[in-house]
Ligand binder design. Sequence first.
Ligand SMILES: Cc1cc2nc3c(=O)[nH]c(=O)nc-3n(C[C@H](O)[C@H](O)[C@H](O)COP(=O)(O)OP(=O)(O)OC[C@H]3O[C@@H](n4cnc5c(N)ncnc54)[C@H](O)[C@@H]3O)c2cc1C
Length: 405
Amino acid sequence: MSDKAKKADAGCVDRTILDKVGDEAAFREAVRAWLADAMARRHELDADGAASFYDSQQWWMAERNKIGLGTPHWPKAYGGDDLSLKYQVIVAEEGAKARAPALNIFIVSLNHVPHTLMAWGSEEQKTRYLPGVANGVVWCQGFSEPNAGSDLASLRTRAERRGDHYVINGQKIWSSFSMYADYCILLARTDTEAPKHRGISYFLMDMKAPGVEVRPIRQPNGEAEFAELFLTDVKIPVEDLVGEENQGWAIAQSTLAAERGVLAFENGERLRYIMEDFYASAVAREAKWLREPHLHREYVRLFGEMQACRRMLRRLLRENETGSPAAASTVVHVKVINTTLWRKVSDFMLKTQGLSGRFFHEPALGLARDPIDYYITSFGGTIAGGSNEIMRNIISERVLGMPRA
Ligand SMILES: Cc1cc2nc3c(=O)[nH]c(=O)nc-3n(C[C@H](O)[C@H](O)[C@H](O)COP(=O)(O)OP(=O)(O)OC[C@H]3O[C@@H](n4cnc5c(N)ncnc54)[C@H](O)[C@@H]3O)c2cc1C
């Protein structure tokens, strides 16, 4: 972990904002004031132009942690503050409005890991691993393999029990931000004779363990946001097996469900401001496309779709909170609609801006995304976390009750 991450000590949290819980308006106002201050200071980090993407992300997590907004929604025992959904939504809404950076390298740390460990982890695993996240510990997800993506249960990475540890051999792929990760949630096969869904186990792997090799994969947008993991005789202590041996498939379903919550909601909020900024910049520049009625109409239609999607995301949050069974079908619909919308919006930006799209950067910390980058990157959203084709299969079979193809 970098020094920047260590600086944020959970022990010295300024509770000015958290103490306003109970008065929504005062809480919102305090979050807004803090964000305005933090966003004004973020350029200090990059004053010498040397801050890496990793440093920027760690800086932002440390800033949030100073005022108790690192992992505020977790139980107090594990470094959180039991912040209710209503207040999490305020933080997400105000963060998007302030154009605050997304905590991209912490997606697995903030969502998948707590969601899984709260449901399946031992008390020792929870107290050992969860509090570190607010202090900058990065987790990655090692599920997909070269021949096991949509058909994840076909994974072949092996885990063999030898005394007080397991020995792991195999290869993972598309592991997002794993080049920065301290730990990995890993699926590996512990029983080669059992039916494929039944012979998988779930592990917590130290990325610094001997035998872990990370090879970044460069994407079409020029960045390397994910990597291949080559695992050769990596030792994982038995205490880092989650749940029972061969129970990994059921546990992995909890992990994948983690993308249902505030994470998706925040993305929907961000898209709103990206679209608004894009329009405002077009007006300021008197962009030619504003005078083309069909393009103007297309923008308005996309804006309407985005607002409808935001409503759906709010409904999903409510359904999740009340434990409504409808959440399971809403989440697949939202995933397909939201990621398809990103594709359409970025396609529109590219169409109206062409190569001049390079000049309209999102003011995101350390990650200057322009319309061309948005366009290229938008394809990944329709694949990550289960492709939209697979989501449509789920809708047709489980929601509409259509026969399996
Ligand atoms: C941006 C991004 C981040 C990711 N991050 C991670 C990560 O952190 N950790 C991790 O483990 N994985 C990660 N992944 C991997 C992701 O989960 C897989 O790419 C995804 O599940 C698809 O698997 P695949 O790439 O092997 O494609 P395949 O499964 O080979 O599919 C190829 C094509 O066939 C279609 N297809 C396959 N089966 C069917 C079917 N039954 N019906 C209809 N169509 C079908 C798919 O939709 C797709 O279009 C990430 C992927 C992306 C793009």
